[in-house]
Every structure is written in structure tokens, then in C-alpha cells.
Design a binder for this molecule. Structure first.
Ligand code: G1P
Length: 291
């Protein structure tokens, strides 16, 4: 059956971005001209998903509003003849079928995914962590869906990481490679020290998951950081059903930290013909000052 649903856990408190996230949802921080969350939603839609499920918390109203109609704004743009902008606003509001479900307590990523259970029925579904922004013509979720359609089972996006970054991610153990870049996963561990890591293959924020994960998440006890970890439930799942890992093609921007977010903005602005010179002018002026 086709993967139709994509779950976005967006209830996190964004503590790495305080103070700005005291009031603003971190998913709404701009990446050049659009909020971070928009990139993930666009990727899910381009991958064939038709239903977006946001697992939100109380400070996340702005995400709901962003994807909704804004009559006052639309009327104003129409009245002032700003047709292109008006149409752009309508396009955002009509972009996707979006359902919202609340994660009432911040109990971890596994718990956030579990909150989507009533909407996901008994189907395989995608999960996208919006902090990881992927830019590629062939969307990363679509790459995972293709492996799911060919091999069955669940699929996780992987990236080869440097040893010093291992402790920031879930790390998998591969039994073998069925084809270049596609691994059969037999074990995984959330944020290990580099000495105890089974490999340098790190889980990135895109998944295609079996509905069986819900049953496992119900029984999952707290793990790393005292949170219910998706990685821990997936570790059990790979003993029961096939779980594949795919070293994705494309570029990833880590927008989950201030440094990563800033670097993503600069890199993408450099690729925009109009913004490129803004960045270069600032850098050149700063360089001239230090010389
Ligand atoms: C989560 C997952 C982790 C994964 C990472 C990818 O961690 O728990 O396994 O490697 O996303 O970005 P978080 O970054 O939410 O702490």
C-alpha cells in the first residue's frame, strides 16, 4: 500500500534556540524566505504523501496558522493589487491536508510518534524531523519509500558521520549491504559514546515505519535523556521485522542548532542570485576591516 501519511513531531521546546524560542516555535524560524517546517512539508508532498500529521504542543499555534487561510491578509493584498503575493498566500494554505494532534507532555521523540497512532491506523507511514532539512531534486522521503516498496519493512535515512559527531545521533549496526547504500539493520543505539558505537552510520531525521512500532512504543521505557526514544523501539522492531537503512543522496542542513541554522541560511542565500551579493558584501567588508 502507498505511503500516504507523514508525521512531523513539532512539540519540542526548542531550548537550543532560547531566548528566541521562548515565544516563537523553532520550526517557524526562517530558512531564507520560508519557515524551516515548510521545507519538510514540501519534501513529504513531493514524495507522494497526501496527509501531513503534526504532533504539536501548546506553544505551536503559529505552525497551524501558517498553513491556514488568513482572510484579512488576503483581502488586503487583493485590494492593493498585490496579486502574486496573494496567490502565494493561497498556495501555502492549500498546500496540504494537515492534521494536528497534541503531545501533552514532552516525553521524547518515541512518545511524539506514538501520539500519531490514532490517525495512522494500521498503515506504514513516514516520519520527518523538521530540524533536518534536505535539499535534493529526488526527495529523501521518496528515496526511503522506494526501498520500502521494493523490499517491504521499515526504512531509515542514514549518513556516514565523523567520529566526533557520533554521540549526537542514533547509530545503527548493519548486517550486510543488499545493494550499494542499502543496509539490513540488526541493531542500533541512541547517542552512544564513539567507543561503544557499532558503526559510523547515523540515523538522520527521515523514516518509513511499520505500524508495529506503535505496539513497541506503548511498552517502551525511558532511555537516553530520560525520554522515550524512537531508536529504542526500532532496535526491538529490527528483531521482529525487516528494517533497512538507506544512505540518502542529497544535501542535509542541520537547522536544530544556532550554528547549523545560521550556516544553512548563509549557504542557501549564497545560492540565491539576489541574496548572494548581500552575503558577499558583508563578508568582504568584514575582511577589509581586519586587513
Ligand atoms: C533524533 C533521534 C536520533 C537521530 C536524530 C537525527 O535525535 O533520536 O536517533 O539521529 O534525531 O537528527 P534529536 O536530534 O531529536 O535529539
Amino acid at each position: 500500500m502507498k505511503i500516504k501519511k507523514c508525521v512531523f513531531p513539532v512539540a519540542g521546546l526548542g531550548t537550543r534556540f532560547l531566548p528566541v524560542t521562548k515565544e516563537l516555535a523553532k520550526e517557524m524560524l526562517p530558512l531564507v524566505n520560508r519557515p524551516i517546517i515548510s521545507y519538510g512539508v514540501e519534501e513529504a508532498l513531493a514524495s507522494g504523501c497526501e496527509e501531513i500529521i503534526m504532533v504539536t504542543g501548546r506553544a505551536k499555534r503559529s505552525i497551524e496558522n501558517y498553513f491556514d487561510r488568513s482572510f484579512e491578509l488576503e483581502e488586503m493584498l487583493k485590494a492593493r493589487g498585490k496579486t502574486a503575493l496573494y496567490e502565494e498566500m493561497l498556495k501555502i494554505a492549500n498546500m496540504a491536508e494537515i492534521l494536528f494532534v497534541r503531545q501533552r507532555q514532552p516525553l521524547g521523540l518515541g512518545h511524539a510518534v506514538l501520539c500519531a497512532e490514532p490517525i495512522c491506523n494500521n498503515e506504514f507511514f513516514a516520519v520527518a524531523l523538521p530540524d533536518d532539512v534536505f535539499i535534493n531534486d529526488d526527495p529523501v522521503i521518496a528515496q526511503l519509500i522506494r526501498v520500502h516498496e521494493k523490499m517491504g519493512g521499515s526504512v531509515i535515512a542514514l549518513e556516514v558521520v565523523e567520529p566526533e559527531n557520533i554521540s549526537r545521533y542514533g547509530i545503527v549496526k548493519s548486517q550486510f549491504e543488499v545493494e550499494p547504500g542499502v543496509h539490513k539493520i540488526i541493531d542500533m543505539i541512541e547517542k552512544p559514546h564513539k567507543e561503544e558505537a557499532p558503526s559510523n552510520l547515523a540515523i538522520m531525521g527521515r523514516y518509513v515505519l511499520s505500524p508495529r512500532i506503535f505496539e513497541l512504543l506503548h511498552n517502551q521505557t525511558a532511555g537516553t535523556g530520560g525520554e522515550i526514544q524512537l531508536t529504542d523501539a526500532l532496535k526491538t522492531l529490527c528483531n521482529l521485522e525487516p528494517v533497512w537503512g538507506v544512505v540518502y543522496n542529497g544535501r542535509r542542513f542541520d537547522c536544530g542548532t544556532q550554528k547549523g541554522w545560521l550556516s544553512a541560511n548563509v549557504q542557501l542565500a549564497l545560492e540565491d542570485p539576489e541574496l548572494r551579493n548581500v552575503i558577499l558584501d558583508v563578508v568582504n567588508a568584514a575582511q577589509a576591516q581586519t586587513e
